[in-house]
Design a protein. Structure first.
Length: 265
């Protein structure tokens, strides 16, 4: 965090240099933190980063997603590219491991296509494996939430998926400074945004320590519906799904189970 411009560090809610904004966010929510920072400071933080010419959305804006309002630790601004109108559509998060099976990939595609066909939006994290398959099968009705800034470099395969999401009419979001690289802590933090934007979370395939379980736990904390594919007990890549079922989460029995989550909440 020390490498961030001082104004921007407040946007990440770990704001040692902006204690008033951090306190306002903790006590009154993201919109209060925006007021504490002031629109001028926010604008200089976002638009003043070298090489950044993109767009940003504050928590006090009319287009701010309803799913993030009032959530503990919600971001106070999001940089974005694509179709911001997708934030108004009901969303289902489809998440899972990077090291997935061919069966897991096929299920992610099937479920994402079903959500898109039903008029919903697929939310995921633009990671390899389950996330990427879900984004690519959503026919543009998808929101990708990054664990890095929008102007930071990314692997070629990931950049191509991102271009496809945007080309087909999707939306890409980040709460981080545009040039900020991904770090070990940014992905778990990103997961709370995925959960907040979704009416329900579907975990297709996940190990015991998968980030998808982290997303599911955020969703449970926020009162969202969570369902998991039970998979095969002998495969480690489905162990996290079985953990979630044991915790009381729903069981995905097919595309209809996933589409039903659009009506949750």
């Amino acid at each position: 965090m020390d490498g961030l411009p001082a104004p921007w560090s407040g946007l990440c809610l770990y704001a040692p240099r902006l204690p008033e904004a951090a306190a306002a966010a903790a006590q009154q929510g993201a919109a209060a933190a925006v007021a504490a920072l002031g629109p001028g400071l926010l604008q200089s933080a976002i638009l003043g980063v070298r090489g950044w010419s993109g767009q940003w959305l504050r928590a006090d804006h009319a287009d701010w997603p309803e799913g993030l309002v009032g959530l503990p630790g919600a971001p106070i601004a999001l940089s974005w590219e694509g179709d911001l109108g997708l934030l108004a559509a009901p969303g289902v998060a489809i998440v899972g491991t990077r090291r997935c099976t061919a069966t897991g990939r096929a299920m992610a595609r099937e479920y994402a296509a079903a959500v898109s066909a039903a008029g919903g939006v697929v939310v995921s994290g633009l990671a390899a494996g389950i996330d990427a398959e879900a984004h690519m099968a959503a026919a543009g009705r998808t929101i990708a939430v990054l664990g890095q800034g929008l102007a930071a470099p990314m692997p070629a395969w990931q950049a191509e998926v991102r271009r496809r999401v945007l080309r087909e009419g999707g939306l890409v979001l980040s709460e981080y400074a545009p040039e900020m690289h991904a770090d070990v802590w940014t992905f778990p933090q990103r997961n709370r945004v995925i959960a907040g934007l979704s009416r329900g979370v579907v975990v297709v395939e996940a190990g015991h320590r998968s980030g998808a379980k982290n997303t599911a736990h955020h969703a449970m904390e926020y009162g969202r519906e969570v369902a998991a594919v039970p998979g095969w007990p002998s495969l480690p890549s489905f162990a996290g799904c079985l953990d979630l079922v044991e915790e009381g989460c729903g069981v995905v029995r097919g595309p209809a189970s996933v589409v039903a989550l659009l009506a949750a909440g």
